[in-house]
Structure formats: structure tokens, C-alpha cells
Design a protein around this ligand. Structure first.
Ligand SMILES: [Mn+2]
Length: 195
């Protein structure tokens, strides 16, 4: 069984085609139109051992908001679809990732109960041309559409690029752990009998 999903989403603001495979080789093929997000999704894919293809065309002449947010929506939908009935998965994942002076932690529960918490401030409003507040938009739409509980903590750091990079690497690693098939898990890992 390959745990994969393809999403196509077209609005007046963006046109996105995205393909996601949970049990991949860390390969990405990314045309996002938002270079900083390309860099972050590349790290996410590599550190999560996923495969990810994104072809996104959006109104980046306005700013990067719609495209970044909508990629989050599509990735969340793909993750949810690829997980299927969640039989045999670990369900929870937790990763700390340092990037030089920065330390980030991501904790996930693939719970079917969407929730998003984020702690920590980025010292700079921009990394290059990218608005750093869009990291929050991306992550909470991802959590909502994947129907997961996502907690992101930026413990400390000085360089905003490093801090965001640590978040995306930790996101990949935490999701990799949570989505992993554990041979000891029989059926769905919930006393309710479903997720
Ligand atoms: Mn970097």
C-alpha cells in the first residue's frame, strides 16, 4: 500500500497541483513561486523522508500570502488523504531541531481533532522578501486541513532564517514519526477505535 495523495486546487488567487508521498526518499520537486517556501518545503521533505511535488502559480504580485496559505491547505489535504484510515500508525510525533543558535520543537497528534498552537516570536518581519508572519498562516492551515493537533514552539534563536528553518525540519521529523507504521500497533491507535 502506497500512502500517497494528489491534490489539485484552483481559485481566483492560486492554481496548485501537489503530490505527496509519506514513505518517500526525501525527494522534492518544487515550483512554488515563493523562493523561501521552496527552501522550507525542501527541508521539510528531506527531513521527513517524504516525497513532495508542488506546482503552484499564484498572485505573488500582490504578496506571498495567498500562495503560501494555499500550499498549506493542499499539503494538509494531501497528508490527511495519504494517511487513509491511520491503521498501525504511531499517531504522536515530537522533534527538537537545533539550527546553529536556534532551537525549535514540533509536537503532533494525528488525531482528527484540528488544533494549532504556536509559541515564540521571530525577531525579523521579513526574510528576504518573505513575510515571516506567513509561517503562522501556513502552519495553521496545514493543521486544519490535515485535521491534526499541531504544537510549534520556537524555544529561542537570534536569526529568523535559522529559527524558521528549525521549525520546518522539526515539522518534517515529527510528522515522519507520527505517520510511521509501528508493527506493534494493531488497528487504529485510539481507545475510541477510530481516528
Ligand atoms: Mn537556509
Amino acid at each position: 500500500m502506497t500512502r500517497t495523495a494528489s491534490i489539485e486546487r484552483k481559485t481566483n488567487e492560486t492554481n496548485i497541483q501537489l503530490k505527496f508521498e509519506i514513505d518517500g526518499e526525501g525527494q522534492s520537486n518544487l515550483e512554488t513561486g515563493v523562493p523561501f517556501m521552496t527552501h522550507m518545503l525542501d527541508l521539510f521533505t528531506k527531513h521527513g523522508q517524504f516525497d513532495l511535488t508542488v506546482d503552484a502559480k499564484g498572485d505573488t504580485d500582490v504578496d506571498d500570502h495567498h500562495t503560501t496559505e494555499d500550499i498549506g491547505i493542499c499539503l494538509g489535504q494531501a497528508l490527511r488523504e495519504a494517511l487513509g484510515d491511520k491503521r498501525g500508525i504511531k499517531r504522536y510525533g515530537n522533534a527538537f531541531v537545533p539550527m546553529d543558535e536556534a532551537l525549535a520543537q514540533v509536537v503532533v497528534d494525528l488525531s482528527n481533532r484540528p488544533h494549532f498552537e504556536m509559541r515564540g516570536e521571530f525577531p525579523q518581519q521579513k526574510v528576504g522578501t518573505f513575510d515571516t508572519e506567513l509561517v503562522y498562516e501556513f502552519l495553521w492551515k496545514l493543521a486544519l486541513e490535515a485535521r491534526m493537533n499541531l504544537h510549534v514552539i520556537v524555544h529561542y534563536g537570534k536569526n529568523t532564517h535559522h529559527m524558521i528553518e528549525a521549525v520546518f525540519k522539526a515539522l518534517g521529523r515529527a510528522l515522519d514519526e507520527a505517520a510511521m507504521i509501528d508493527p506493534r500497533v494493531k488497528g487504529v491507535p485510539s481507545t475510541k477505535g477510530m481516528l
